[in-house]
Design a protein around this ligand. Structure first.
Ligand SMILES: [Zn+2]
Length: 661
């Protein structure tokens, strides 16, 4: 383990990955200073983490930690809650560790280490660690066997343990949690060296591909890489696999995003990690085809994934009812993107970030950061209230409360999602970790991927130190200033990402326009000798734009969404007269929406205002169809960022609005 380079303390450590083009920076190298992400991180640290950790420590609300205590022999009782709650607790611990690492206070560190001690005691001597089974076995219930039930989610739990353990070790050098994860990974290695393909099928929601590879990166134990490769290979041997679990056909024959969207995106992220270590082209060829299918045919305008609550796989091979496969929380058919019933689990949207980050590290292509940025500003942030106390499981693009059917998941955010609290800790750890995605390095220099005020202090690949200050009011303002405070003497490149949404862009060095190509959806490389005090400015246009969808998306024919920079907007009941519906407003195609600064829940943001047509509608009660009326009045409509919806009164919301051309 000590052979790994001591300075490699990054979130996803590709520093020795032979097929990764880029390297992430060490955790802690980037600190948010002011502005958008500094505010979200502060809410994460001061509200999300303490509130949710309090829930996890209260067995009346969450039994997840109590399960560890029972399995450790500290408390008495039965397992309660879902089988995957171990994994969700590890994600919570990961979020707690990440925010703790910015202050490193002793009291919290002791709390973390006490939790780890309990987790370690819940592990069997052979390395197996999974409270639903360990507790039953402690009670001498020999019926309960490891990996016996598909919905036991063991490998999901193992995977999150590995990820959290690697991060804690990299941040502190402490091996208390890492040793637990090493024993667990050894157990999996031994288990899978003799496991059947059917057991691979039981490994649903595969967070462990990412986990096992990160364990390999931490320990350099070649058996772990072998395990990760084996885990993918045995998927191909599964008989009677399902589209829902992405194992009906071998992975390298897959070309479309299919099935349960969290499982799918976690699988794709894990396989991208395996590619970074092995360079197995057939994996990257499939990943790239699936990525194109997802972003061109199946992803929402908010970056959200997984259109369907439940459905039938569109990828079945026969019309025979015996072969029609059910899917749930899943990708649908190409262009099947309903709004009111969109599922879009927060974890699937986070999976989209995890996957695209790994694709980016492997390739250095800006298109992957475009998808990450879109998902961060829209579907990720919509998953949590602005004050950090409530969470969504699903993220629809239209919500109408007065509908004659019940959707399974709440359309109001909840403090703890009793049936399935997988999304809240996932959202918390992701927001806590976003600063790790802002920059990367390659042999040529520094890559600036995302924009938000921060201070960077890091080393380039040759070991030379660079300190810079990024100042911006992005995403509300398109001007970004980067001030070099310390840099090496020799020539190196600064790569600036020009977002794919931008129509143009300007780069200035010390106030002078730089004459190099600025192409949206690529990185502009500036290679020169730099000096302390140099200022790089990037100016991006921040006009509100009306966006239409491919006409094959039936649900939004003749509709537009409004987007400004990476931020998608929506109409919400709180901004229209009480006697009107969100459907009563039609946007003329020439509407010019202007920015207006507002506050919702103590958070400053940029709303948009523009003149639209309001059509006074009679009640639709008892009517499915009727003739069109042609009356309309002009109304100044306010739109708010989609991520901020649901933070005022309980109201209706829609991203898509009818357009008149
Ligand atoms: Zn979830």
């Amino acid at each position: 383990m000590d052979s790994a380079k001591a300075q490699d303390r990054s979130l996803v450590n590709t520093s020795l990955s032979p097929y990764a083009r880029l390297k992430s920076l060490n955790m802690g190298d980037v600190q948010w200073t002011t502005g958008f992400w500094a505010e979200r991180f502060k809410v994460c640290k001061e509200s999300m983490v303490p509130h949710m950790m309090q829930n996890y420590m209260n067995p009346e609300i969450s039994h997840a930690y109590r399960n560890f205590e029972i399995a450790a022999g500290i408390e008495k009782g039965d397992h309660a809650g879902p089988a995957f709650s171990d994994g969700d607790f590890y994600k919570m611990l990961e979020g707690m560790i990440m925010v703790w690492s910015t202050s490193r206070d002793i009291k919290t560190e002791r709390e973390i280490d006490t939790i780890i001690e309990t987790i370690a005691k819940s592990q069997r001597s052979d390395g197996y660690i999974h409270t639903p089974v360990v507790i039953k076995q402690l009670q001498k219930n020999s019926e309960k066997k490891e990996f016996g039930e598909r919905l036991d989610f063991e490998t999901y739990n193992f995977g999150h343990l590995m990820t959290t353990a690697c991060l804690y070790y990299r941040l502190t050098g402490k091996k208390n949690l890492l040793n637990v994860a090493i024993k667990a990974t050894d157990f999996l290695y031994n288990f899978y060296s003799r496991a059947s393909a059917e057991l691979a099928q039981n490994a649903i929601c595969p967070s462990h591909y990412m986990g096992v590879i990160e364990m390999y990166r931490t320990t350099r134990d070649p058996r772990y890489l072998e395990l990760a490769k084996n885990l993918i290979e045995i998927r191909s041997l599964v008989e009677n696999g399902t589209d829902d679990n992405q194992d009906r056909i071998p992975f390298d024959e897959q070309t479309e995003a299919m099935g349960h969207a969290v499982r799918a995106n976690y699988l794709y992220a894990g396989i991208a990690d395996v590619y970074a270590e092995t360079g197995n082209d057939s994996l990257m060829i499939s990943l790239d085809k699936i990525w194109h299918n997802m972003t061109e045919n199946k992803m929402y305008i908010t970056g959200a994934c997984g259109a369907l609550y439940d459905g039938v796989s569109p990828d079945g091979t026969s019309y025979s009812p015996n072969y029609i496969q059910k899917v749930h929380q899943a990708y649908g058919r190409d262009f099947q993107l309903p709004n009111l019933t969109a599922h879009n689990e927060s974890c699937a949207n986070i999976g989209n970030i995890l996957w695209n980050w790994r694709m980016f590290l492997a390739t250095g292509e800006a298109r992957f950061i475009d998808v990450m940025e879109l998902t961060m500003y829209n579907s990720l942030l919509a998953g949590v209230s602005l004050d950090g106390t409530g969470y969504f499981y699903t993220n629809p693009l239209c919500v109408v409360h007065d509908i004659p059917f019940t959707l399974r998941w709440s359309r109001e955010r909840e403090g703890y999602i009793k049936f399935c609290n997988c999304c809240p800790p996932n959202t918390i750890r992701t927001i806590a970790e976003l600063s790790n995605y802002v920059y990367t390095t390659s042999a040529k220099g520094l890559w600036i991927n995302l924009y938000g005020s921060n201070q960077l202090r890091t080393k380039l690949s040759d070991g030379s130190e660079i300190i810079l200050n990024q100042q911006t009011d992005y995403p509300w303002n398109g001007k970004i200033s980067i001030i070099l405070e310390e840099c090496p003497d020799q020539i190196f490149s600064v790569f600036l990402r020009i977002p794919g949404w931008a129509e143009s862009g300007k780069i200035l060095i010390n106030g002078k326009i730089l004459n190099i190509p600025v192409r949206p959806g690529t990185y502009s490389e500036i290679s020169q000798k730099w000096k302390k005090g140099d200022i790089i400015e990037l100016i991006l246009p921040m006009e509100a734009r009306l966006i239409e969808a491919n006409p094959l998306v039936e649900e939004v024919h003749n509709h537009v969404a409004v987007k400004r920079g990476p931020v998608v907007y929506c109409i919400e009941s709180a901004d229209i007269p009480a006697n009107s519906l969100i459907f009563d407003y039609v946007v003329p195609a020439n509407t010019h929406f202007k920015p207006k600064t507002i506050n919702i829940s103590d958070s400053k943001m940029c709303a948009l205002e523009g003149n639209v047509k309001q059509i006074p509608e009679e009640s639709w009660k008892g009517q499915l169809y009727r003739p069109v009326t042609n009356k309309n009045e002009t109304f100044t409509l306010r739109l708010i960022p989609y991520y901020a919806w649901g933070n005022r009164s309980k109201g209706d919301m829609s991203v898509w609005l009818p357009v008149s051309k």
